[in-house]
Design a protein around this ligand. Structure first.
Ligand SMILES: C[C@](O)(CO)[C@H](O)COP(=O)(O)OP(=O)(O)OC[C@H]1O[C@@H](n2ccc(N)nc2=O)[C@H](O)[C@@H]1O
Ligand SMILES: Nc1ncnc2c1ncn2[C@@H]1O[C@H](COP(=O)(O)OP(=O)(O)OP(=O)(O)O)[C@@H](O)[C@H]1O
Length: 284
């Protein structure tokens, strides 16, 4: 039997950091939603008690460092599953991009193995397992649009944004999430984006208000190290995107666009100097 799961990328519509916690993580307030750019996972049972990962992407680890491997190992151990699994990852989401590619693969593995091995684990429990793998994994288990608090694992479902185009552009630079959080001085943050106002904008179903409330306090940190990301943002605005923000710890920048007729100009304008550009829809 084969099980297929789609693992979509997320974007952060807003990301605020309240303070650093004694455990080293940061207390956050984020609103996240999914976009229609996804990895695809194929899972099949193996008679031997082993986990094998393969991928067409040559640039991700295929051993225990892979988040899908870690998810499979965790669920196997916790539910005492004695059979093995072969997982093929068809990677489409850029890696280390701020789009939670690895986290979404981990979440898809938890969902898929729950089905493959008929474990009957409720979503809430899958999300708890996910939290052991990474802060973004619980959100990726259910997706949708949600407010995430705590270190990102406490979730409240929200109304999805009005449908629009999302242009994603990733420069060929590597950003480490722990380095960005490590450099952040939360007490020095000048402007905090508002989760309340973004929730209101979503409630109102107002695309203009959503664009007006976009904000990410990690942007300043990443832009200081990589000024080219600021240039990318400016270019996207100049080309006509309605709202522009860096996702997560970056370096991917996304632009929200309501009019389809504007998409080709923005897409082509960015492709001029950025190899990885995608024009996708929200997963509402
Ligand atoms: C930047 C975001 O992607 C936005 O959605 C998340 O906040 C980070 O999610 P993630 O990559 O799943 O994060 P984790 O794998 O749990 O943590 C990576 C590193 O980021 C830092 N980290 C992460 C989440 C958080 N609330 N505070 C932190 O300080 C920690 O140094 C941690 O070692
Ligand atoms: N299945 C996977 N897909 C992509 N990267 C993975 C995977 N498993 C482990 N990794 C490793 O995880 C690191 C982060 O990659 P990932 O694509 O998850 O970052 P990200 O999009 O910035 O995530 P986040 O937004 O959650 O911080 C990379 O160094 C990569 O080698």
């Amino acid at each position: 039997m084969k099980i297929y799961e789609k693992a979509p990328a997320k974007i952060n519509l807003m990301l605020d950091v309240l303070h650093k916690r004694p455990d080293g993580y940061h207390e956050v307030e984020m609103i996240m939603t999914m976009v229609d750019l996804a990895d695809r996972l194929e899972m099949s049972a193996l008679p031997r008690d082993t986990i094998i990962i393969s991928s067409q992407a040559g640039y991700i680890p295929l051993d225990e460092k892979n988040l899908a491997f870690q998810a499979a190992k965790l669920i196997k151990e916790r539910y005492d599953v004695r059979s093995g699994v072969y997982i093929h990852l068809d990677k489409k989401i850029p890696v280390a991009a701020g789009l939670a590619g690895g986290s979404s693969d981990a979440a898809a593995t938890l969902r898929g193995l729950n089905r493959l091995w008929r474990l009957g684990i409720p979503d809430a429990e899958l999300m708890e397992l996910g939290a052991e793998l990474g802060s973004d994994v619980p959100f990726c288990v259910t997706g949708g649009t949600a407010l995430a608090t705590g270190r990102g694992e406490k979730l409240t479902p929200l109304k999805s944004p009005p449908q629009c185009w999302v242009i994603l552009a990733k420069l060929p630079i590597n950003v480490s999430t722990s380095e960005i959080y490590g450099r952040l001085r939360s007490e020095e943050i000048q402007v905090h984006p508002s989760a309340v106002k973004m929730q209101q904008a979503l409630e109102n179903g107002s695309f203009t208000e959503v664009c007006g409330e976009l904000g990410n306090v990690l942007e300043d940190v990443t832009l200081q190290i990589h000024p080219e990301v600021a240039h990318l943002k400016e270019t996207m605005i100049r080309l006509g995107a309605d709202g522009v923000l860096m996702s997560g710890s970056g370096p991917t920048v996304f632009g929200l666009v309501s009019k389809e007729s504007k998409v080709p100009r923005i897409y082509n304008g960015l492709r001029g100097f950025c190899k990885e550009v995608y024009a996708v829809r929200l997963l509402t």
